[in-house]
Ligand binder design. Structure first.
Ligand code: ADP
Length: 492
């Protein structure tokens, strides 16, 4: 049976999955990726360990499913975005640990840049808010701190890549040094409108152009995985950053279609078609992973701490034994009794972008107990999502008709129902919530003719459950007002 292979390299694990002609998952394997925290606020990974984990997952997948490598018609790559790898062209040796998207080491540089005359131009050109989150300041840091790195980069001896680029370079034995617009748009070095590297931005971050990958379409054959890796030569035919891949996996191809992923953080994206979005509400404008050759765009809002709050309740407070238990505990009380929990552990992301905010638990009384606090933590995920959705609606000038959901915490029925209640719009959970891996497979399958077109892919998308809003509008607004007041308390 023919398959498409998806390689899904995330922050905490590298996964590999196979999909058949009906878009059904025939197996998925994962292998952990280690994070290192050498100083407060610093987050690093070893690019060679990322590569080894990705290969381990793929090889185990082939073993367990018994799929023959020669039956794999194409491979799609999706990845943790913004993370920076710099390596030697001649040897493939990384010159420094990979700097992970979460790493805050360049926060001071970014604060200075944000206060400089360049700031407005950079944001207008890239669609991004100036922040250490994006690749450019991290790449600059490596070029500034690794001896002779900038001179070597100028001489063409060093290469830069996000994790997609790094993996493809390894898979192709150093033949293809490429990325796609969805990843490139997160570097802060790409002109969002033209889709090309921007000389002025390269100047601001002092990055030599020769070290950058070629930007290829998200759905196109860009090289071949060498037979020595997986047992057969496989065309590499799809690339997308994880959130844009999830947008494809959710069959959100048209203007206005939106998805929210509930993982460690929350990432909400709304497709804006071929129109370049300009956010007036502090969201990011970004490239969508186009299923054809046309440029497509999306607006994105990210919440840094979402499902991570539930981990915190489990590991730091010991209020629950497992993340799944939070559902029954929250549902055991009719409401939080006025308790709000704002998990601003690392500040607040969109639309506040306040790195000085810190977490707050408010409205406590003698009646507040474990159930109220657990419930407030889950409700916080929904309130933060509503803030993103409100900003998106204001940008788009129209109301959301439904929100498609995925990610680990989307399995929580209480959370999904509360989300529908607090948004006042239906929340739709698909049968396959591994939408990131699925999206990368779709991109590769379209480029290799495994699937015909976006319409065929849309026909694979199946609803598992729809959560309809049930709350009175007046009560909804009253609850959300309480959230706004709690957020105001956590900001300095
Ligand atoms: P990531 O890809 O960011 O690592 P996942 O999509 O695997 O995350 O989701 C894991 C996150 O979701 C964890 O933070 C976990 O606490 C949370 N989570 C998982 N299951 C549930 C659940 N049933 N209820 C609430 N949160 C959950």
């Amino acid at each position: 049976m023919p398959f498409i292979l998806s390689l899904d390299e995330g922050t905490t694990s590298a996964r590999a999955a196979l999909y058949d002609e009906q878009g059904r998952c025939a197996g998925m394997e994962s292998s952990p990726v280690q994070c290192h925290y050498p100083r407060p606020g610093w987050v690093e990974q070893d690019a060679l360990q990322i590569w080894a984990a990705q290969m381990e997952a793929a090889r185990r997948l082939l073993e367990k499913t018994g799929a023959r490598p020669a039956e794999i018609r194409g491979a799609g790559i999706t990845n943790q975005r913004e993370t920076v790898v710099v390596w030697e062209r001649a040897t493939g040796r990384p010159v420094a640990p990979a700097i992970v998207w979460q790493c805050r080491r360049t926060a001071d540089f970014c604060a200075e840049l944000a206060a400089s005359p360049y700031a407005a131009r950079i944001s207008a050109r890239t669609g991004l808010v100036i922040d250490a989150y994006f690749s450019a300041s991290k790449l600059r840091w490596i070029l500034d701190h690794v001896p002779e790195a900038r001179a070597k980069a100028r001489d063409g001896e060093l290469l830069f890549g996000n994790v997609d680029t790094w993996l493809i370079w390894k898979l192709t034995g150093g033949v293809a040094h490429v990325t796609d617009p969805s990843n490139a748009s997160r570097t802060m070095l790409m002109n969002l409108e033209t889709g090309g590297w921007d000389d002025e931005l390269l100047g601001v971050f002092d990055v030599p152009r020769v070290m950058l990958p070629r930007i290829e379409p998200s759905s196109a054959v860009v090289g071949a995985c060498r037979a020595e890796h997986l047992g057969a030569e496989i065309p590499i035919a799809g690339i997308a950053g994880d959130q844009q891949a999830a947008l494809v996996g959710q069959a959100c191809f048209q203007h206005g279609r939106s998805k929210n992923t509930y993982g460690t953080g929350c990432f909400a994206l709304m497709h804006t078609g071929e129109r370049l979005p300009v956010s007036r509400n502090r969201l990011l404008a970004t490239r969508a992973a186009s299923t054809d050759q046309r440029s497509q765009f999306a607006v994105e809002g990210s919440v840094f701490i979402a499902g991570a709050t539930i981990q915190w309740l489990r590991d730091q407070l010991g209020l629950i034994r497992s993340a799944a238990e939070s559902e029954a505990v929250a549902a055991s009380v009719p409401d939080t009794g006025g308790v709000y929990f704002v998990p601003a552990f690392v500040g607040l992301g969109a639309p506040h972008w306040d790195s000085t905010a810190r977490g707050v638990l408010s409205g406590l009384t003698r009646a507040s107990g474990r159930a109220q606090i657990v419930r407030a933590a889950l409700e916080a995920i929904a309130y933060q999502t509503r803030e993103l959705v409100e900003a998106m609606q204001a940008d788009a000038g129209e109301q959301l008709r439904e929100l498609r959901v995925d990610g680990g915490a989307a399995a929580n029925d209480f959370l999904m129902q509360f989300q529908a209640d607090v948004l006042g719009c239906p929340v739709v959970r698909p049968a396959d919530i591994e939408t990131t891996a699925l999206g990368a497979a779709y991109l590769a399958g379209l480029a290799t003719g495994f699937w015909r077109d976006a319409a065929e892919i849309e026909s694979f998308w199946r609803v598992e459950r729809v959560f309809e809003p049930r709350l009175e509008p007046a009560r909804r607004e009253e609850l959300f007002e309480g959230w706004r007041a709690a957020v105001a308390r956590c900001r300095s």
